[in-house]
Design a protein around this ligand. Structure first.
Ligand code: NI
Ligand code: MN
Length: 226
């Protein structure tokens, strides 16, 4: 399994011949290392409705005839716009051709077009993937929560965790998240895209190391192979 970071919370997972993109936010993202039109993927996984996680979902899904996997409301939303989609909800999993996807809880919100006419797109989620004997958790946007202990109980190979603060947990809570999840390696995300979420990821990695956790900071475009 190969995991490539594209900036913010966007990752490409390559599992066998399959390519899954999570939370595509490439258009308008100053940190993005690839353009939406250049993404090749057969599945698009989405944690919640906010634009910084969904803005390129439809373009990528349509251009690749890819299936959108997300909570029920997000799946129905993109389904109504012409994409293939498969809806799940927290606690529910399904075995796809590349592996099993299970949605987890996340403490956040999940609107699109926030303002006078927001569309509320169900519960925000995290994504748990089990494939090729590896277990991967993408936390989405979330606060710290005690149930992360349950997500980590079977053993995690990789956890992708927000550290930006302001909209999600910040570095201090992310350290506690590492204590709950105990992944073999964690990759920080959702930081430095804009000034309110500026963080020193290297300082987070060294604080994590002091607590016995391995953190690998990926620059946009960089990959991790499991
Ligand atoms: Ni969000
Ligand atoms: Mn976000």
């Amino acid at each position: 399994m190969k995991i490539t970071f594209y900036g913010h919370s966007c990752f490409l997972l390559e599992i066998g011949s399959h390519r899954m993109i999570i939370d595509p936010f490439l258009t308008g993202n100053p940190e993005a290392s690839i353009a939406a039109k250049d993404v090749r993927a057969d599945h698009v996984l989405v944690t919640h409705g906010h634009e910084d996680h969904t803005c390129d979902v439809l373009e990528i899904a349509k251009a690749n005839d890819a299936t959108v996997i997300a909570n029920y409301e997000i799946a129905e939303y993109f389904g109504a716009k012409g994409a293939r989609s498969h809806g799940l909800n927290p606690g529910g999993g399904f075995s796809f051709p590349f592996g099993r996807v299970k949605l987890t809880i996340a403490h956040h919100s999940s609107s699109l077009n926030a303002g006078l006419n927001p569309v509320f797109l169900g519960s925000p989620c995290g994504i748990f993937i089990e494939a090729e004997g590896k277990r991967v958790y993408h936390a989405g946007d979330t606060a710290l929560f005690m149930d992360m202990q349950l997500i980590g109980r079977a053993g995690l190979d990789v956890a992708m965790l927000p550290i930006g603060d302001n909209y999600t947990m910040g570095p201090e809570d992310a350290l506690d998240a590492l204590d709950f999840l105990k992944p073999k390696v964690a990759v920080p995300m959702h930081f430095n895209t804009w000034p309110p979420i500026a963080q020193d990821a290297a300082a987070f990695a060294s604080a994590a190391a002091k607590r016995g956790h391995k953190v690998e900071v990926l620059k946009p475009g960089a990959s991790l192979t499991l």
